[in-house]
Design a protein around this ligand. Structure first.
Ligand code: AMP
Length: 299
């Protein structure tokens, strides 16, 4: 089953305790698409500016990602700049420049409109909704967001959440969105909004899936060396929806396996800056790390 992804396509400038990259390929749609395509075909809806390097476009086409929904507008590409503190768990956003995303009005072609798996990766909820309104009969809609939109576009986000099946967000965002300090409570409150599942991501502490049948915990892989956590959440989402689209199922046991595949993809992403590691790995690497995860949690 094909997955349609809308979200940021970015030039990222990132500083971590072990290095720095300037205007590297990034963005929520990019990390999630490159992760999801290990499982299922992926189409992107998004926008770049005139300054977006051809080499980055080539990287995406080489990954067999369908770019018919990627438009180039006059102006500059979305840019994000972030800095990680000593323990890699805290991130400071230095700059977010929406640039061409401010003028972007997504238009889906007939092929996009009939896609059954939709991932609304992080971008303004209005744009996520604009995509959602054009798809005919989606089988599963997964949505990610972030603190910026919870603070500045809460009304739009609340409207969107009513229409999605699974919401993903990190712990800080879940607390901000619900006003609940305990994650178990935040998970329950979000489920009560009508979602079939909620995934709360907690960086190196893994991710928790809240579902009416129970709660599942997927650990993060205990890596000794992390270089750049950027895109971990988006890679998790890509592995997660990629696996769901591949199996065509969305019951709780399948969601649990999907969360482990999400953690597998995230664990590769953080090993290098930008998309370097994700672009190197093969299906076999994913299978092997999935087995390692199994041994981590079975007793
Ligand atoms: P993650 O580390 O998974 O939270 O995602 C990092 C990616 O999100 C980076 O590649 C950024 O370009 C992108 N990003 C950061 N801020 C925003 C934003 N406000 N809207 C959309 N994408 C963003």
């Amino acid at each position: 089953m094909t997955i349609l992804i809308v979200g940021s396509i970015a030039l990222d400038t990132i500083e971590t305790p072990v290095g720095k990259v300037v205007e590297a390929l990034g963005g929520a749609a990019v990390y999630s698409a490159v992760s999801a395509r290990f499982f299922s075909p992926v189409k992107i809806i998004g926008v770049v500016g005139e300054d977006f390097p051809e080499t980055y476009l080539k990287i995406l086409t080489q990954q067999n990602i369908d770019l018919k929904g990627l438009v180039k507008l006059p102006g500059k590409t979305f840019r994000w700049e972030g800095k990680y503190l000593e323990d890699f768990n805290q991130r400071e956003t230095i700059k977010t420049e929406l640039n061409v995303f401010e003028k972007f009005k997504p238009e889906l072609n007939d092929d996009h409109k009939t896609t059954e798996y939709i991932f609304l990766a992080n971008i303004h909820p209005e744009l996520q909704m604009a995509v959602l309104k054009q798809v005919h009969s989606p089988k599963l809609i997964v949505c990610d967001t972030m603190n910026l939109w919870i603070k500045t576009a809460r009304r739009e986000l609340e409207e969107l959440v009513k229409k999605v099946d699974i919401l993903m967000l990190n712990d800080e965002e879940a607390r901000l969105f619900t006003g609940k300090s305990q994650l178990a409570q935040a998970g329950r409150v979000l489920l009560e909004k009508g979602l079939s599942a909620v995934v709360i991501k907690r960086g190196e502490h893994g991710a928790t899936v809240f579902h009416k049948e129970g709660i599942f915990f997927a650990p993060a892989y205990p890596l000794e060396e992390v270089k750049d956590p950027t895109g971990a959440g988006d890679s998790f989402a890509g592995g997660f929806i990629g696996y769901l689209a591949k199996t065509g199922k969305k019951d709780f046991p399948t969601l649990k396996r999907a969360a482990i595949y999400g953690s597998v993809l995230a664990s590769f992403t953080v090993q290098e800056f930008s998309l370097k590691r994700l672009l190197e790995i093969k299906a076999q690497d994913i299978r092997e790390r999935f087995k390692l995860f199994k041994s981590l949690v079975s007793f």
